[in-house]
Design a protein around this ligand. Structure first.
Ligand SMILES: CC(C)(COP(=O)(O)OP(=O)(O)OC[C@H]1O[C@@H](n2cnc3c(N)ncnc32)[C@H](O)[C@@H]1OP(=O)(O)O)[C@@H](O)C(=O)NCCC(=O)NCCS
Length: 102
């Protein structure tokens, strides 16, 4: 398996994408392809006006993937989760239907 992706509905008009790629396959563009595919899936529903994706601000590879897929950085939400190694922040990225081109 190369990776996994998910589209989930956050509100009636907003969906969120998430993905992971097997470590042996990193750096080959798979996450970017997957993120673009997930956007296509999310926007199939005409009610969806916004698709968002978040990452740990330290996860520069994931932020690059979101940007390459067309999502814009909107800001960082602080202390969104408490993990074993402490608090995690979330860098919010999103693309609006009118900005997205399949
Ligand atoms: C983040 C992740 C999905 C990236 O997968 P990938 O298939 O390697 O991603 P891609 O090859 O499509 O693109 C990676 C981009 O990040 C860039 N990148 C990688 N490491 C980087 C770093 N340390 N700093 C800046 N950019 C970096 C690459 O250069 C590439 O951009 P480019 O094509 O413009 O050169 C993968 O590392 C992963 O699954 N990590 C664990 C799970 C995870 O973090 N999921 C995302 C949760 S938000």
């Amino acid at each position: 398996m190369v990776g996994i992706g998910e589209v989930k509905r956050v509100t009636r008009t907003c969906a969120e994408i998430a993905y992971a790629v097997h470590v042996e396959q990193w750096g080959r563009g798979f996450a970017t392809q997957l993120a673009r595919l997930l956007l296509e899936v999310a926007f199939v529903d005409p009610a969806i006006a916004r698709v968002q994706g978040t990452c740990d601000p330290r996860n520069l590879a994931s932020a690059a993937v979101l940007r390459k897929a067309g999502l814009l950085y909107e800001g960082t939400m602080r202390h969104t989760a408490h993990l074993r190694d402490g608090w995690r922040d979330s860098a919010m990225h999103a693309v609006l239907r009118g900005e997205w081109s399949a």
